[in-house]
Design a protein around this ligand. Structure first.
Ligand code: ZN
Length: 151
């Protein structure tokens, strides 16, 4: 990152690419990957974020917010396309409407955040059992973990 200024502006230069570093890979040059991503997080947040290369497990992770923007989403998407920056759009919880940043489960209404999943799980009493059906959760908590993590 390079930070300079001219007469009227602070100028922050952030490389579009970063060098990949995997400590388990002995090659000197492991190539490059994206360094910046455009994020649309429901109605909560929009902007450019850094990316963290997780080359040791062939993955990449969202890093810190760099610049927040307040554009209409379609304008932001146009800007990202113009800049050649990928866009990650995070989904909203179908129960509470909050942005879901991490992993999540789903029911028939859509994606469910961990907080709402926890609340739904807690309500799994004889009376709450029908609530599970009403909410259309496909798996109860334990079954969900069996399905998701025992594969
Ligand atoms: Zn929720």
């Amino acid at each position: 990152m390079k930070i300079t200024k001219d007469k009227e502006n602070l100028i922050v230069s952030i490389p579009l690419k970063q060098k990949i570093y995997n400590p388990y890979d002995e090659r000197e040059d492991q190539g490059e990957c994206e360094n910046i991503v455009g994020v649309i997080a429901g109605d909560d947040e929009q902007g450019f974020y850094s990316l963290n290369s997780l080359a040791y497990k062939d993955d990449i992770q969202l890093g810190a917010p760099l610049v927040l923007t307040y554009l209409e989403n379609d304008e932001f998407i146009k800007l990202c396309k113009k800049l050649g920056v990928s866009i990650w759009e995070y989904s909203k919880c179908s129960e509470c409407g909050k942005t879901i940043w991490g992993s999540f489960t789903m029911n028939d209404k859509g994606n469910i955040c961990w907080d709402c999943e926890y609340e739904l799980e807690k309500s799994d009493t004889p009376m709450g059992a029908s609530q599970w059906k009403n909410h259309g959760i496909k798996y109860k908590y334990d079954e969900y973990f069996d399905v998701k993590f025992k594969k």
